[in-house]
Design a protein around this ligand. Sequence first.
Ligand SMILES: [Zn+2]
Length: 162
Amino acid sequence: MNKFYADSMLGKLTRFLRFLGYDTFYRREESVEKMLETSSEDNRIVLSKSKDIVNKCSKLNVKSLFILSNDIIHQLKALYDTLHLEMALPPRNTRCSMCNNVLVEKNKQEIIKFIPKGTANHYDRFWQCSACGKIYWIGSHWRDIEKTIIEAKVGCNYAGKR
Ligand SMILES: [Zn+2]
């Protein structure tokens, strides 16, 4: 499975990739040099909106992809067309959008005290981040993300399975 290192400015794409199950780092404070070094050691594909950074990557033999569009659907399409990413809809392999760690499905009783009452009444399946503890469920936000992923799949060259 491909691993990524997304440059700053690509926060939304980072969250989507994590949601799709891809191990994705996001550059905040780290220097560009550090990002390239980590990507090289860790075999991560650098995603960036900077031509300059993409050029640096090719000089250093670090895989990279120049992200032209600001639109999440176009960004996802570009990734699928270029890398033929598998687009399994969540919750398969889904990672925490905040910290990139894997989610673990939880029994409702285990986490019920941490979620709003209305949510507990409406949903039955819950996942929790193994690192930061954030709890996820298939609410309207999750549905919106799925919708975007499905839209990105329509019309792109990718022809794999869901
Ligand atoms: Zn987390």
